[in-house]
Structures are given as structure tokens and as C-alpha cells.
Ligand binder design. Structure first.
Ligand code: HEM
Length: 166
């Protein structure tokens, strides 16, 4: 059996390398940055620049929903059968210049059921919620189809209840 010649330059280098790696494992660098980095560099202790936007599930009334009509460039919400959808991502449809902008900030149930954006489809915001009692089965089916479409595409961010009930 040949003994390893630790004096040979190549072995000395390898030995030093191994010792260096061992000391890095045993005494890892714990230097903490003066500020929390917000980009990934070499450590895992970093934070995103800003918290990603959160959507809270809230209770709305016709009056509190109406400011979310997107006219100020902000969020756009609409309701169908008591479910409030955040349709901000569909600003092209529901923004002030959108084809369906009439539904923004409103209870869109009747319009969705009857496939109409006539102004009579919208219940005035100071009145009781539309009970939709006169809808035909096919109109209800149509409205439910829209609920499925919206549920797949947008986030349900709240429920719509009567004015002054919260
Ligand atoms: C002239 C008649 C109409 C035309 C040409 C039309 C056209 C369109 C088109 C091209 C889209 C986009 C489809 C997609 O990319 O997924 C769309 C979506 C839609 N349409 Fe119409 N539409 C008409 C009438 C109506 C009416 C009367 C309503 C009333 C409820 C309506 C409600 C909607 C809704 C809610 C969407 C979905 C938008 C979204 O995904 O956020 N449309 N329409």
C-alpha cells in the first residue's frame, strides 16, 4: 500500500481546499446586511420591494359598491346574484369607455340574466336589492352561466347586501 505523500504540491493544495471548505461549513459567514436586501443576491434573507396587493373579502351595499365604477382609474367591482366580483382586470370591458361600463359598481344580475345593458336593468342604488323574482328559468340559467364565467375569470371579493344592513 502506498502512503499518500502530503508533501506533494497537488496534495497540499487539495488538503488546504478541503480544510477551507470544512471551516466554511463549521463557521459559516453570518454577516448580516445593514439593510434588508430586496433583490436576491447570495443570501436567502431578502424581502420583496412591496407586499403584493391583497384583496379583502368585504360586504358591500349598492351604495358602497357604486364608487368602484373605475371612473377614477381605480378598482372596478360588479355584483351578480349577491356575489361581488373584482373585474378590474377587465377594464377594457367595464371601464368608463368599456362596452359593459354600465355594470361597473352596480348589481348586474338582471342585465346579465336578460343579456341587456339597458338602463332599466339597473336598480337605483337607493332602492332595495332586485329580488329577480320575475326572471324566467332560461334567464336564470343565463345569469348562472355568467356567474360561472366570472367565477373562472375574476376573484369573488365580497357579497352584496341591502343598504343600511351593515
Ligand atoms: C352587439 C352585441 C354584442 C357583441 C358584439 C358582444 C361582443 C362581446 C365580445 C367580443 C366579448 C369578449 C369575449 C371574450 O373575449 O371572452 C364579449 C364579452 C362579454 N359580453 Fe358581450 N357582446 C354583445 C352583447 C352583450 C350584451 C347585450 C351583454 C349584456 C349582458 C354582454 C355581456 C358580455 C359580458 C359580461 C362579457 C364578458 C366580459 C368579461 O369576460 O369580463 N354582451 N362580448
Amino acid at each position: 500500500m502506498t502512503a499518500i505523500d502530503l508533501g506533494a504540491p497537488v496534495n497540499t493544495v487539495l488538503l488546504l481546499l478541503i480544510l477551507y471548505q470544512i471551516q466554511r461549513l463549521v463557521f459559516p459567514s453570518v454577516k448580516s446586511p445593514s439593510e434588508t436586501p430586496n433583490d436576491f443576491h447570495t443570501s436567502y434573507s431578502w424581502m420583496p420591494k412591496a407586499h403584493p396587493p391583497v384583496i379583502l373579502y368585504e360586504t358591500y351595499t349598492p351604495k358602497t359598491l357604486v364608487p368602484f365604477d373605475g371612473k377614477d382609474g381605480g378598482r372596478i367591482l360588479l355584483a351578480i346574484k349577491g356575489k361581488v366580483f373584482d373585474v378590474t382586470a377587465g377594464r377594457n370591458f367595464y371601464g368608463p369607455d368599456g362596452m359593459y361600463g354600465n355594470f361597473a359598481g352596480r348589481d348586474a344580475s338582471r342585465g346579465m340574466a336578460k343579456q341587456s345593458f339597458d338602463v332599466e336593468m339597473l336598480t337605483p342604488i337607493d332602492q332595495a336589492l332586485d329580488k329577480l323574482a320575475d326572471l324566467t328559468p332560461s334567464e336564470i340559467e343565463n345569469m348562472n352561466g355568467w356567474i360561472d364565467h366570472f367565477s373562472a375569470k375574476y376573484i369573488v371579493c365580497g357579497e352584496l347586501v341591502e343598504n343600511d344592513s351593515i
